[in-house]
Design a protein around this ligand. Structure first.
Ligand SMILES: Nc1nc2c(ncn2[C@@H]2O[C@H](COP(=O)(O)OP(=O)(O)OP(=O)(O)O)[C@@H](O)[C@H]2O)c(=O)[nH]1
Length: 293
């Protein structure tokens, strides 16, 4: 099948074709697929991130249920920055979201990011474009908050929801990792556990922001979370959209620069004193960089 035929089949409802397109955009044929999709269509992107075990998958599953009840077509992109595997990654998440596995209005997909910096930034926007073109109304991007990835998620998600479990450890780790800085919404999940109220107080003191509570397994606090997500979207402005787009462009540019074939040679030159770093940057950007000045 050509890419055009795949797009037509996927738009006609073929999950196989949709899966194939999502695989293609992880490789060298990404631009071909994006061109075949036609003009970009707006789609809501909600990010859910947090430390391992905070309850991200359970929460995403609950959010899928809430948005399906409104009749929206929902896609879930589960991103595991530590996994080199595509497609089959995060099997556990698929199992936890089994309630939606047979619902044709829900597409659940794992994205590998091959472990390189900027991986999430490079992979997610293209996948979101595909999902939007296929008629999804909402994309939930779930990622394990373990490093660079959660900073990058803020660039594509509106809002970025940071999920923590009760206990000082999680909150302190989240603050250290820079997770709280990128959070549009902070949620303490497992609010049925001891220490939840204290964690909420700590996070409020740390961030000065409102903190939501949730029992994802029971759906307690879910309507409030959905309301907060919707409210955040209503408050979106052209300036904020431009800011997110700018952050996305920078993250992609950084990915390209890190993979630049001349980078190692230039670094060796600077280290040996043959070249100064300013000249190295000039060479890295080549003609386009010089023209821009
Ligand atoms: N008591 C309680 N347990 C919960 C709640 N939400 C999730 N859990 C449990 O916590 C465990 C981890 O939940 P997951 O949804 O897999 O968490 P995760 O953040 O996706 O975990 P990773 O995939 O390891 O990153 C599971 O056993 C859930 O059933 C909650 O609100 N209360």
């Amino acid at each position: 099948m050509t890419v055009g035929e795949l797009v037509a089949a996927a738009c006609g409802g073929s999950l196989r074709a949709a899966g194939r397109l999502l695989t293609l955009i992880e490789g060298p044929r990404r631009d071909e697929v994006l061109a075949a999709l036609g003009p970009a269509r707006g789609v809501r992107v909600v990010g859910v991130t947090g430390p391992p075990g905070a309850g991200k998958s359970t929460t995403v599953g609950a959010l899928v249920g809430a948005y399906r009840a409104r009749g929206l077509r929902v896609a879930v992109l589960a991103v595991d920055p530590s996994s080199p595997y595509s497609g089959g990654a995060l099997l556990g998440d698929r199992i936890r979201m089994a309630a939606h596995a047979t619902d044709p209005g829900v597409l659940i997909r794992s994205l590998a990011t091959r472990g390189h910096l900027g991986g999430l930034a490079a992979a997610v926007p293209a996948a979101v474009r595909v999902l939007a073109a296929l008629g999804h109304d909402l994309v939930l991007v779930e990622t394990v908050g373990v490093g660079q990835s959660e900073i990058e998620i803020a660039a594509v998600a509106d809002p970025a929801v940071v999920l923590l479990a009760p206990g000082a450890g999680d909150a302190v780790q989240a603050a250290k990792a820079g997770l709280l800085e990128v959070a549009d919404l902070i949620v303490v999940n497992k609010a049925d556990r001891d220490g939840a109220a204290q964690t909420v107080r700590d996070l409020r003191a740390e961030t000065g922001a409102p903190v939501l509570t949730l029992v994802a397994t029971a759906g307690e606090g879910l309507p409030e979370l959905v309301e907060a997500i919707d409210g955040h979207e209503r408050a979106d402005t052209p300036e904020r959209r431009a800011e997110r787009a700018g952050a996305q462009i920078l993250a992609l540019a950084q990915t390209r620069l890190r993979a630049h074939p001349d980078l190692a040679g230039l670094a060796a030159g600077v280290a040996a004193g043959r070249l100064d770093p300013y000249a190295a940057v000039e060479r890295l950007f080549g003609e386009s960089g010089r023209e821009a000045e």
